[in-house]
Design a protein around this ligand. Structure first.
Ligand SMILES: [Fe+2]
Length: 200
């Protein structure tokens, strides 16, 4: 049986982003590592309960830890997509050909996709703005995820991921200045990395 233990990915190359300070990134990396560690801990603890024959929906400890898995797993994975679609200096103001074509097919234009994504990214509350691709049709759609786990679309591929929790931009910006952070995000976005996630 595999030892299902995740190792935190390293994103030190992101130092020097425009408008997102190294200090905010450092804290963010620590928060991300916390999700990885708790995913591992929960997995190990639940496996231990199962091995002892204590896996039961009527066991409150088993049931509540199982409910928490979606929060911790998605907290880990969404951060990897988020850090993975940033790079210092970004990749330019518009998407490369294949990604742009997918945006045009689903939204009419790159600009309409961008306006829609920005609107979602500045919605009140803590969560994530995500452009997903439907693996069956290839269509793109933009979604708001509350916390890390509510509104994820089963089986869809995250293509562009923005962390809209306040820890992603405070104290670089005030809590009511998320739009400024979203501007900074787009000056660092790596559209090539996003395009590489597309199913051809
Ligand atoms: Fe985060």
């Amino acid at each position: 049986m595999a030892d299902k233990k995740y190792t935190p990915m390293q994103f030190g190359h992101l130092k020097g982003l425009k408008g997102i300070s190294d200090a905010v990134l450092e804290v963010h990396f620590k928060l991300y590592e916390g999700y990885v560690n708790r995913t591992n801990k929960l997995t190990e603890t639940l496996a231990g309960l199962a091995a002892k024959g204590e896996a039961a929906g009527t066991n409150p400890a088993y049931a509540e830890m199982t409910r928490r898995l979606g929060f911790e797993y998605n907290g880990m994975v969404l951060h990897e997509y988020y850090f993975g679609n940033l790079k210092p200096g970004g990749s330019g103001g518009t998407a490369p050909a294949n990604l742009k074509k997918a945006m045009e097919e689903s939204f009419g234009s790159f600009e309409t996709w961008l306006a829609d994504f920005r609107a979602i990214a500045t919605m009140p509350g803590i969560g994530w703005a995500v452009t997903f691709q439907d693996p069956r049709t290839g269509w793109l759609s933009n979604h708001w995820i509350t916390l890390h786990e509510t509104n994820n679309i089963a089986g869809y591929m995250p293509i562009i991921v923005l962390d809209a929790w306040e820890h992603a931009f405070v104290p670089d910006y005030k809590a009511n200045e998320r739009a400024k952070y979203v501007d900074a995000y787009f000056s660092n976005i790596d559209y090539d990395a996003a395009e590489a996630r597309l199913k051809k």
